[in-house]
Design a protein around this ligand. Structure first.
Ligand code: NAI
Ligand code: MG
Length: 346
């Protein structure tokens, strides 16, 4: 099983190193091919997603990604910024379906931003569309007729894009508790009206799944009021980006949330949902659990190693139960000590 290891910049290499230790401890037949991406690639070769890196990603069975977003690159034009690397990988490899599970580890009830009795019920998956929406639409700066600067970003979805993510989400719901909530802003946006119409059309294929609809502003509120009501949430690229960061704080920390970004054939890129956290990079403060849990998702979804994935998830729970806490979880353990705790539990 060939894994592309794209560590990126900032805390990316720190958290990837710990995931690698955990993968190595499983005794599976894995080979790794490392490649530069994001700020690290820009500094080395002048581009955040060099063709060699894309080749490594294409020929791998699965991709494990750290994070990109080095502050040193803030002055760069948009197409050279580190984030273009992850956007480029998602687009080039047609990784349109982003699964972001958020489950409350009972051991972390004290770290949640919510009251324990509210937080303990969280067991949901956000299915976020990754290839369309305002992130990929035409964008630019112009002057209005009276000379004011005006920025614009076009938001659009076509029905094929909505249909394929809807199928992904209905399948995910079917494999879980059979409830799907589609989140949009259909009262205001045309893209959302199409989204809602197409999701309803697709629902005819999944009579066993209970479909509901919610406006995104209400969804943001419901996620903190009563998150236990959600099983699977399907939504567009922008709304999904925001709601999943919010969900992360409901379960304790952004350092806990893993993700899978899949194409139509199940090939995937696996990454923590957080960015490169330049504010804590190089200090050993990053929580590696989101990346370790992303490696577990990789084993389960792309490499058919469900038992090994179960072992990793159980080891993370055991490490937390044993008191493993990085600073984001209210503790003092370093990134590598968190890795040690998971390895010991494994
Ligand atoms: P961020 O996720 O990097 O950090 C947000 C906050 O959470 C920071 O205070 C950070 O210290 C903390 N944090 C993040 N991950 C953590 C971890 N594993 N352990 C402990 N604390 C953690 O988001 P921010 O600050 O908005 O963005 C920083 C850079 O990352 C930007 O350039 C952004 O564009 C980029 N970014 C990249 C992503 C990716 O590579 N997929 C995703 C999100 C942002
Ligand atoms: Mg985000």
């Amino acid at each position: 099983m060939r894994i592309a290891l794209l560590a990126g910049d900032g805390i990316g290499p720190e958290v990837i190193a710990q995931a690698r230790r955990v993968l190595d401890a499983l005794g599976l037949d894995l080979t790794y091919e490392e490649a530069l991406v994001g700020g690290a690639a820009y500094k080395a070769v002048g581009h955040p997603l060099p063709p060699e890196t894309l080749d490594v990603a294409r020929r791998a069975d699965a991709i494990l990604f750290g994070a990109v977003g080095d502050f040193d690159c803030d002055h760069l034009e948009r197409h050279l910024r580190p984030e273009q690397a992850i956007l480029g990988l998602r687009k080039e490899l047609v990784l349109f379906s982003n699964l972001r599970p958020a489950k409350m580890f009972a051991e972390l009830a004290d770290a949640s931003a919510l009251r324990p009795e509210v937080a303990s019920a969280i067991d949901l998956v956000i299915v976020r569309e990754l290839n369309g929406d305002v992130y990929f639409g035409e964008k630019g700066m112009r002057k209005t007729a009276d000379g004011l600067r005006e920025g614009y970003d076009i938001m659009s979805y076509n029905e094929a894009e909505v249909r394929r993510i809807a199928h992904s989400a209905f399948r995910a719901a079917r494999a879980r508790r059979g409830k799907l909530c589609s989140v949009d802003k259909a009262n205001v946006l045309e893209t959302s009206q199409l989204w809602r119409d197409v999701v309803i059309e697709v629902s005819a294929d999944y009579p066993d799944v209970e479909l509901s609809h919610m406006y995104v502003d209400n969804a943001a509120m419901q996620l903190v009021r009563n998150p236990g009501q959600f099983d699977v949430i399907v939504t567009g690229n922008l709304f999904g980006d925001i709601l999943s960061d919010q969900a992360s704080m409901c379960v304790g920390s952004i350092g806990m949330l893993a993700s899978a970004s899949l194409d139509a054939n199940g090939k995937g890129l696996y990454e923590p949902i957080h960015g490169s956290a330049p504010d804590i990079a190089g200090q050993g403060k990053a929580n590696p659990l989101a990346t370790i849990l992303s490696a577990a998702m990789m084993l389960r979804y792309s490499l058919d190693q469900g038992a090994a994935a179960d072992r990793i998830e159980a080891a993370v729970a055991k490490a937390l139960a044993g008191g493993a806490r990085s600073p984001d979880l209210g503790g003092t353990m370093t990134t590598s000590e968190m890795g040690d705790a998971v390895l010991a539990a494994l």
